[in-house]
Design a protein around this ligand. Structure first.
Ligand code: PXP
Length: 239
C-alpha cells in the first residue's frame, strides 16, 4: 500500500507573507500526522522564502512519523542536513526566480556534485532520494551514483491539459516507476498531484510514497488540515 508524505511548505508561505509567527508548519505537521500522514516534507530553499532553519530543527524534534528534507545539493544544505539528520533527504534542483521546483534534477549534467552530496549524506547515515524527471537515462544514473531512491516528477502529467498529452505523460511516469523498481531503487512520486490526478495511479504497485503539498494545504485552508489530509489519504490508500 502506498504512503502519503505531506509537504507543509505552504503553511510557511502564509506565515512569511505577513512576517508573523503563525501559522506554524509544526502545528500543521502535528495535525497531518494525527490524520494519518506517513511522513512530513519540507523544502528548505536557499532563499528561505517559506520554510526557515528553525522549522526544520523543530520538526526534527516533533515529527513522529518521518521527516523528509528537500534541498539543493549545496555545501550549506549538506551541513544543515548533517546536523538535523532527517530520515530522508530529497535532492532537488533550485532556481531563485522559479515559483516552485521546475523540472527534475539533471543528474547526468550534475553527476559530480550530486554524487558528492550522496556520499556526504551517506557518511552521516542519511538516505538520499533524487527528484528526477521520468527519464530512463536519469534513472540509470541514479542507480549508478548510489541513490537509495528516486522521486519521479509528476508535474508534466499533472499540468497537461490535452488528454493525449496527459495520457502520454502518465505512461512515461508509469514506465519510469517500473524501471526504477526493477533496478531496486525506492520509488516516490510527486509535484502537482491533486485529489483528481492521484486517482490515475490505481493498481500501480511500484510507487512507495506520494509527496503532496499544494493541493492539500489549499483544501486545508477551507476545510481544515486533518480533513484535507484524511481526504487525500483515503484516495492514496484505495489505490
Ligand atoms: N516533491 C518535490 C520534490 C517538490 O519540490 C514539491 C514541491 O515543493 C512536491 C513534491 C510537492 O508538490 P506540490 O506542492 O505541487 O504537491
Amino acid at each position: 500500500m502506498a504512503g502519503l508524505a505531506v509537504n507543509v511548505d505552504h503553511i510557511a508561505t502564509l506565515r512569511q507573507a505577513r512576517g508573523t509567527n503563525y501559522p506554524d508548519p509544526m502545528a500543521a505537521a502535528v495535525l497531518a500526522e494525527l490524520a494519518g500522514a506517513d511522513g512530513i516534507v519540507v523544502h528548505l530553499r536557499q532563499d528561505r522564502r517559506h520554510i526557515q532553519d528553525r522549522d526544520v530543527y523543530l520538526l526534527k524534534k516533533t515529527v513522529a512519523s518521518k521527516l523528509i528534507l528537500e534541498m539543493a545539493a549545496t555545501d550549506e544544505m549538506i551541513k544543515i542536513a548533517s546536523d538535523v539528520k532527517p530520515n530522508l533527504v530529497t535532492l532537488v534542483p533550485e532556481k531563485r526566480e522559479e515559483l516552485t521546483t521546475e523540472g527534475g534534477l539533471d543528474i547526468i549534467t550534475h553527476k559530480t556534485i550530486v554524487e558528492k552530496a550522496i556520499c556526504a549524506l551517506h557518511d552521516q547515515g542519511i538516505e538520499v532520494s533524487l527528484f528526477i524527471d521520468p527519464d530512463p537515462h536519469q534513472i540509470n544514473q541514479a542507480r549508478e551514483i548510489n541513490a537509495d531512491m528516486i522521486e519521479i516528477h509528476t508535474g508534466a502529467f499533472c499540468d497537461a491539459v490535452d488528454p493525449e498529452k496527459k495520457d502520454h505523460a502518465f505512461s512515461t511516469v508509469i514506465e519510469a516507476a517500473k524501471k526504477a523498481y526493477q533496478l531496486n531503487l525506492g520509488v516516490n512520486a510527486g509535484h502537482g498531484l491533486c485529489y483528481n490526478t492521484i486517482k490515475r495511479f490505481k493498481g500501480l504497485r511500484e510507487i512507495d510514497e506520494f509527496s503532496i503539498g499544494h493541493s492539500i494545504i489549499s483544501r486545508a485552508a477551507l476545510v481544515g488540515m486533518e480533513k484535507a489530509v484524511a481526504d487525500m489519504l483515503k484516495l492514496v490508500k484505495e489505490l
